[in-house]
Design a protein around this ligand. Sequence first.
Ligand SMILES: Nc1ncnc2c1ncn2[C@@H]1O[C@H](COP(=O)(O)OP(=O)(O)OP(=O)(O)O)[C@@H](O)[C@H]1O
Ligand SMILES: [Mg+2]
Length: 582
Amino acid sequence: MGYKRKIIKIMKIKLLDFFSITIPFTVGIVINILGVGFNVLVPIAMRKFIDFDSKVISNNKSLVLLFVVLLLQIILTSIGTFIISIEGDKQISKIRLKIKRHLLELPTSYFDSRNSGELSSRIINDVAILRVFLTINIPQMINGIITILISAVILFLLDWKLAIILFCIFPLNALITFPIGKINERIANKTQKTISRLVGITSENFKNIRTIKLNNAEKNVFSKYSDEINDLYVLSFKANKIFALTQPLQRLFAISLIIVVILYGGFRVSRGTLTVGTLISFIIFLFQLIGPINNVADFYNSYKRAIGSTKEISAIMETETENNTLPILKIKEISKPYKLELKNVTFSYDEITVLKNVSMDFNTGEKIAIVGSTGAGKSTVLNLITRLYPVDSGSLYLNEKKASDFKLDNWRSLFSVVSQENTLFSGNIRDNLMFGLDKEISNQKLEDALKFAYLDKEIDSFPEGINTIVGEQGIKLSGGQRQRLQIARAYLKGADFLLLDEATSSLDSYSEKIISENVNKLMKGKTVIAIAHRISTIVNADKIYFIENKKIKDVGTHNELYKRVPAYKRFVEEQIIDTSLS
Ligand SMILES: Nc1ncnc2c1ncn2[C@@H]1O[C@H](COP(=O)(O)OP(=O)(O)OP(=O)(O)O)[C@@H](O)[C@H]1O
Ligand SMILES: [Mg+2]
């Protein structure tokens, strides 16, 4: 009972969650069933045709009947299969979009512990298996069952003794397919995992091809890859072994069945208790039944495979998205000046605490610097205020209103971010500048953005200008060009908080100075939060947060901190020495 309920539950949640039995799908199935009905009539028509034996040539009516039945069967099955495939593909597209939307809304932390290539390949493969199950295996199973049922009735009517023999031997087929199915399922699951891993490794390798070359790591990378390929080969070998065993067994089984029918049937014909036509239609039935019976028996395997795949997809779909609170406020309802505040915030990545009871505030018009040694948690502060990660305890506020009262995309419209990572995409410079913007941007505005980032002259010197293709992750640009393109993009978004995380670390002092002047000039009335090691950026800030040992050690202007915090003084002096040396 419990087991049965579990199966129904799995079937319901894991499969029907993704698939709905629509009108076209039902129509397709019904047409297919009609086709199957005519298919079953073929041996009957054949029997009629043959049992007129001596008058074969003149028996035009039976010939026409046979032809019509065959034709109808072919037409109906083709139309039915076509409708089912089209409908199945439509639903698969919907499933793909549903998964993609869900993935885009999953928390950032979900992706931290997963290999992107592996995840993508897994999803594509799993959906492909689901597609085969929905558009091929299910219709085949339904057709198979209908064929078997109708055939059983007809065969019993034709000759019940022969029918009994047939249907006693048929189920023995399951003795072959069932146990093998279980082994196959295990192999299929492992194969899929290995393929996903392989795709993951491959895509990561190609992305890091320069690092591989510079570290002479080709041999290493190759041997890791060949280990995976070997695993895959071993799995295929096992699958081939099983296939090599089952195929002849199934064929032997079918031939034995036919021999039994011919021997017994022949004996009956010789005694005059069975007509030749009936025997032949029996044999045709047999041939027709072997396919459907194998399909029904194999359905168990494909069902198990589909369940395996849907489990993976379900695990994704059941992971809660980050948009799980009901928004009650909109940013435009909050009047400026803004005060963005972290109050008593504690935060950990995977159990390791990075920030402890941290309180900070960022006000409209201020230029704030966040300073601290590497790994101190500076970028984490930006991750928290942009809500890429939720705080563990404490809260984030905008003008005393809780951040969680705003919808995420609405909240993130507050920020223009230049992050420490490379955030460029393949495409051209224009695509990258306008990334995520849904408003029309004039050429003048684009030009202004490039000027702001001190990038206009270089882009003008490119033969293709703003339409220059930048390569995957902007690989065709220099490190400094990439950074400035991201600064220009942030300028175009024009949000009220400009977050700069080491945004000018790859630039020479002169370029940095110009951008810094542009920021001072053009960001008036907005809030700039800058993380930088360069002392020139820090000294001009209205307010500096100095992070040490997971806490805000102190906050104040450069002069104040320099006097009062020995660790800050040490930090600054080290920077100055560094700068003067370089
Ligand atoms: N996604 C993540 N998952 C787990 N741990 C992380 C993650 N991101 C950062 N950390 C850890 O959190 C700590 C703080 O990282 P963070 O990036 O905030 O440092 P930072 O002050 O910006 O350093 P840097 O100056 O080097 O950029 C580090 O010890 C880092 O290992
Ligand atoms: Mg950082």
